[in-house]
Design a protein around this ligand. Sequence first.
Ligand SMILES: Cc1cc2nc3c(=O)[nH]c(=O)nc-3n(C[C@H](O)[C@H](O)[C@H](O)COP(=O)(O)OP(=O)(O)OC[C@H]3O[C@@H](n4cnc5c(N)ncnc54)[C@H](O)[C@@H]3O)c2cc1C
Length: 406
Amino acid sequence: MKFLVAGAGLAGLNAAWGLQKKGHEVIVLEANSRVGGRCWSEKLPNGAVIEHGGEFISVHDHTIRGICAEFGLPIVALGIPFDRRHQVDGSFPSSDDLTKTMAKMSDAAARLAAKNGYAISLREVAREAFGPEYESLPYCQKLFATTTCDPDLINGYAVAAKMQREGFEYVEHRGRVMAGNDAVAKEIARRLGDSVRLNSPVVRVTQTKTGVEMETAGGEIFKADRAVIAVPLPILQKLIDTLDLPADMVKAIKGRQMGAAVKLNIAVSGDAPPRGVQAPNAPWWSWSTADNGGDRQRGALTAYAGGKKTMATLGLENGAQAWLEQVRAYRTDVTVSDDYILTNWAEQPYTKGAYSMPGLDWQPELDGAFNHAAGNIAFAGEHTHFASLNGALESGARAAKLLTLI
Ligand SMILES: Cc1cc2nc3c(=O)[nH]c(=O)nc-3n(C[C@H](O)[C@H](O)[C@H](O)COP(=O)(O)OP(=O)(O)OC[C@H]3O[C@@H](n4cnc5c(N)ncnc54)[C@H](O)[C@@H]3O)c2cc1C
């Protein structure tokens, strides 16, 4: 059978690779001049590998860990806890504190949902859990940064329930691919060979009686029996207007919220141990991590801010200098240079945001909306499964399976 895949991020690539391994003919249409999408690595002038986008691979991320093992790509431990961040005064929550705090969130979400139904915002849940001072709590700063969306517009029950699942059997040792996370995307693309067409943005998808058609911005028409659509949420929300989809899928796609985030990767030097530090009273943090040997610091420090409101306070309209100075003030443990790479995901034309969260009108049954195909089309991407590198890969495998089962 012949397949089309729109989008060569981890989701689209893994779908295409799964189909190719089953002997199908596949063409992947990618808008950008590179593969990987939000999985995108680069080197700073001092040689340190940095991630523009997805970075932390958790111990539970079995799919990406399995693929890395198959490709011979080592994953190295970062040496910092992702969820327990130092404050600038040096204080540090214990894992017991964190577990109790997360339990307060999910209990509050359950209480509110029992009273008012599921349409409750993340802000309402945080206020219910921690009282009027919630915004100044480091835990809420971390939560609002990580969810990247307006806390009034995302579903507090879905976010709290997800955290509860993640927090269970809490393990800290996250890692990254030694060569850069995008080595995974590049290796899948290498295996796909000429099937991947770069600089080919899909502008229209049509379901015909016998198959699917995709038209690119250059006016080329591609025809196939079946297709996977794995483009980011804001692009998908427009692309589906010409498609006839089940109501639950439309609701899951249209109701989901895309977040915004920015990363500042800076070359640093120093011998201090790796550390993640939460900025005081603001949803951004910075981390220095272990080098490939695991016992020294890598020559890069990364600052990460989540949510448009926080990003607006960083003076980014004039470049990264103001933020860089704040990082310098809080990170006296390292020598912060002037060599940096700033990546504002809200401005990336083929992503238009960072990653997505369930909107206010989320209902539990919407979590299953992409577990079936819509005729001869299946959807993949973080927005259809889980907002992570691993989630994107799993969604691609699911889409390939769904289309070959019809
Ligand atoms: C700042 C940031 C930090 C993150 N941190 C982490 C982390 O620490 N750990 C983690 O696991 N995850 C993290 N993530 C999330 C993770 O990176 C994503 O969930 C994952 O990479 C998404 O993969 P995807 O294939 O769904 O989408 P994408 O990677 O966005 O792939 C979609 C592809 O579609 C292409 N495209 C767009 N429009 C079109 C079109 N019209 N036609 C054809 N192609 C098109 C895009 O160019 C892109 O290549 C982070 C993301 C960001 C932005």
